[in-house]
Design a protein around this ligand. Structure first.
Ligand code: 5GP
Length: 123
């Protein structure tokens, strides 16, 4: 069996790599993105390794729901809930995923523009 190298997020969850952690419990860790694209840019990550949304098991439903309610609470805590925000999950190459440990991006604090950059070739 091949053991994949730990991602940076695994190291952050294990306390082996520094990060600005804003929330942690037994299932989820949330920390500020090292390269923020908005005034608030937080990553909400399951403590157990799920590489992509395609790797979510049916039994993970409660965990995925917990990630979203943590994102909701952090948006309120950051003071961005009233004006609104965006939650993003990128999956694999076409989704632009860089770190293969499932995470929700919580972005807000300014108008975020179109959901997807238009392609000259169309949809
Ligand atoms: P993805 O493209 O996989 O959806 O997003 C990965 C995110 O992780 C990127 O926004 C990137 O800036 C962030 N990131 C990558 N390495 C680190 C790190 O070591 N620490 C933190 N806090 N964020 C990271």
């Amino acid at each position: 069996m091949t053991t994949l190298p730990a991602t940076v997020f695994e190291k952050i969850i294990a306390g082996q790599l520094p990060a600005d952690i804003v929330y942690k419990d037994d299932r989820v860790t949330a920390f500020r993105d090292i390269h923020p694209r908005a005034p608030t840019h937080i990553l909400i990550v399951p403590n157990k390794v799920i590489a992509t949304t395609d790797d979510i098991a049916d039994g993970d439903e409660a965990l995925i729901g917990h990630l979203v309610t943590v994102a909701r609470d952090l948006a309120r805590q950051e003071g961005i809930a009233k004006n609104g925000y965006r939650l993003i999950i990128n999956c694999r190459e076409h989704g632009g995923q860089e770190v293969y440990h499932l995470h929700i991006h919580l972005l807000g604090g300014r108008p975020l523009g179109p959901m997807v950059t238009d392609s000259p070739a169309g949809a």
